[in-house]
Design a protein. Structure first.
Length: 433
C-alpha cells in the first residue's frame, strides 16, 4: 500500500495539551489512507499531526515508530467509513511515549483542551495489534473482530508464544469504538494473538464505545493499564489468553459499562493471572458483574480491589464437565486475597448463569468469603475525581506472588503510595458522571 499524504505547509499550531507539562509545536498535518501496501517502515514525528483516514495498516515486515509526544487523530465515521490503526500479523509498532510526553490517539477536531468532552464515545475506531502467538481455535488462527472479513490482514494467531509485535508505553487512546455493524464495534486496544515478546505498559483507554481492552488469545504480559468510562467491559479476555496482567485500573461511569472483567472461551490448560487490580464499578443497582466467566473460561485473581458493582462473580454452568463452574470447583479458578466492598449481596456473591444450582453457588460463594477480605478500602472521590490510593490498613497479609512474570507487590490494588495515572492520562483529570 502507499500512504496517501496531504501535507499542509505554512501551518504552525501551538497546542497546550491537557495532560502534558509543556507546549508542543505541530509543523505539518499529514492525512494517511490505505491502498494495501502498508505504512512502510517509517517514523511518525512529534512535530507533525497525523490524521487516520479509514483503516491504516502496518503490514507484515514493516515497523511503525511513533515519537514521544506525537498526536494521532482519526476521522469520524461508522461502518465502512471507520478509521483505525491496525498492526497486521508480522508487523511492529514502537510507540514509546513518556510521562511528560505521552502518545495520544484521539478524534479529528480534538484540541486536547476540552473541545471533545472527556466521556464522549464512539467517534473513531481504535488501535488493533495482531500477532503470531497461540489462540484457542481448531486451526490455530482466527479473524479479528472490528474490521471487514474481506480484509486478509485481519487474520491473527500462530505457534510462537514469544512473538514480538513491538512496544506501547505511555499511550492514551480516547473517544474510540465506532460501530462497524450490529454487535461489531472496535475496542480501544485490541490484542489478537499477541506474544510475550511484546511490551505493553502505561496504556490508557478512555471513553470507548465497546470494551476498553480485549485480548484474543496470545501470551502478552501487560502492566499499568487504565480502562475508564467505556460502554462495555473494561477488560475482556477471550480465545485462550494466557498472559499475566498486573496493575490494572478500571472506572465505570454511573450509567455506562458492563462487566469490569469478562472471560470468554477455552482456558482449560492455561489460565491468565490478574494481580493488583483496582476495579470501580458503576453502582449497586444494575445487572453488571465484577467478573464474568463464560464458555469454559478460567483465570486467577490475586491482591486486587473490587468496589461498587451490583453483582459479584458470574460463572457459566452450561456444560456439566467443562464449564467455568466445573473449572472453579477443580481449582482452575482462584479468587484469593482480594478486597470486596459494596458488591451487592455478599451471601449470593457467586451466581451461576444457565442452570439452577444453589448448592454450588453456596459452595463457591463461601470459598470467596473465606479467601478474601470484605471491608472499605477508602477509595474516595475528590472533586468528583477518584483518588485511587486506598487505606494503608487493607494491605496486610497479601498473598505471595511467585510467578516470574509478575512483581511480588506486598499491597492490594493497583496503587500503593503513588498515583501513576497522573500527568499523562486523561482519566486522572476526568470527573465521574
Amino acid at each position: 500500500m502507499k500512504i496517501q499524504a496531504i501535507i499542509f505547509y505554512s501551518f504552525v499550531l501551538i497546542f497546550f495539551a491537557s495532560c502534558r507539562k509543556s507546549d508542543y509545536i505541530v509543523n505539518d498535518t499529514i492525512a494517511l489512507s490505505d491502498d494495501g501496501s502498508g505504512t512502510g517502515t517509517v517514523t511518525w514525528k512529534s512535530n507533525h499531526e497525523y490524521i487516520l483516514d479509514g483503516l491504516v495498516f502496518v503490514n507484515d515486515g514493516q515497523t511503525l515508530v511513533i515519537e514521544p509526544g506525537t498526536v494521532i487523530k482519526a476521522r469520524t465515521g461508522q461502518g465502512a467509513n471507520a478509521s483505525a490503526l491496525i498492526v497486521a500479523r508480522g508487523g511492529k509498532i514502537i510507540a514509546e511515549g513518556t510521562e511528560q510526553a505521552p502518545i495520544i490517539f484521539t478524534v479529528e477536531g480534538d484540541d486536547l483542551e476540552g473541545s471533545v468532552p472527556a466521556q464522549t464515545r464512539g467517534l473513531w475506531g481504535g488501535v488493533i495489534i495482531l500477532g503470531n502467538a497461540p489462540v484457542a481455535s481448531e486451526s490455530g488462527e482466527a479473524f479479528i473482530e472490528g474490521i471487514p472479513l474481506t480484509e486478509p490482514r485481519g487474520i491473527y494467531g500462530g505457534y510462537d508464544p514469544n512473538d514480538n509485535s513491538g512496544k506501547l508505553k505511555y499511550v492514551s487512546i480516547r473517544h474510540s469504538g465506532t460501530n462497524l455493524g450490529e454487535g461489531n464495534e472496535i475496542n480501544g486496544l485490541t490484542l489478537g494473538g499477541v506474544g510475550s515478546g511484546t511490551d505493553i505498559s502505561f496504556v490508557e483507554v478512555i471513553s470507548n464505545a465497546d470494551d476498553g481492552f480485549e485480548f484474543f488469545g496470545g501470551t502478552v504480559n501487560v502492566h499499568h493499564l487504565i480502562a475508564s468510562y467505556c460502554d462495555d467491559d473494561a477488560f475482556d479476555f477471550d480465545m485462550g489468553y494466557s498472559g499475566r496482567a498486573q496493575y490494572l485500573y478500571a472506572i465505570q461511569s454511573s450509567f455506562k459499562g458492563d462487566n469490569l472483567c469478562e472471560h470468554d472461551g477455552l482456558n482449560q490448560n492455561s489460565q491468565p493471572i490478574i494481580a493488583n487490580a483496582t476495579m470501580i464499578g458503576r453502582g449497586t443497582s444494575g445487572d453488571e458483574a465484577l467478573i464474568s466467566f463464560r464458555t469454559q473460561s478460567a483465570a486467577n485473581y490475586y491482591n486486587s480491589i473490587f468496589i461498587n458493582q451490583s453483582n459479584g462473580i458470574l460463572a457459566d454452568n452450561s456444560d456439566i464437565v467443562r464449564s467455568s463452574t466445573k473449572q472453579w470447583l477443580n481449582d482452575n479458578i482462584r479468587i484469593e486475597s482480594n478486597v470486596f466492598y459494596q458488591v451487592g449481596d455478599t451471601e449470593s456473591l457467586v451466581k451461576l448463569m444457565v442452570r439452577p444450582d444453589e448448592a454450588n453457588e453456596a459452595v463457591l460463594t463461601q470459598r470467596v468469603i473465606d479467601d478474601n477480605i470484605f471491608k472499605n478500602p477508602e477509595i474516595e472521590l475528590v472533586n468528583n475525581i477518584y483518588d485511587p490510593i486506598p487505606a494503608e490498613t487493607i494491605h496486610s497479609n497479601t498473598i505471595v506472588i511467585t510467578d516470574p512474570e509478575l512483581e511480588n507487590a506486598s499491597y492490594r490494588g493497583a496503587f500503593y503510595i503513588t498515583d501513576w495515572t497522573q500527568n499523562w492520562s486523561l482519566t486522572s483529570e476526568t470527573s465521574i458522571e
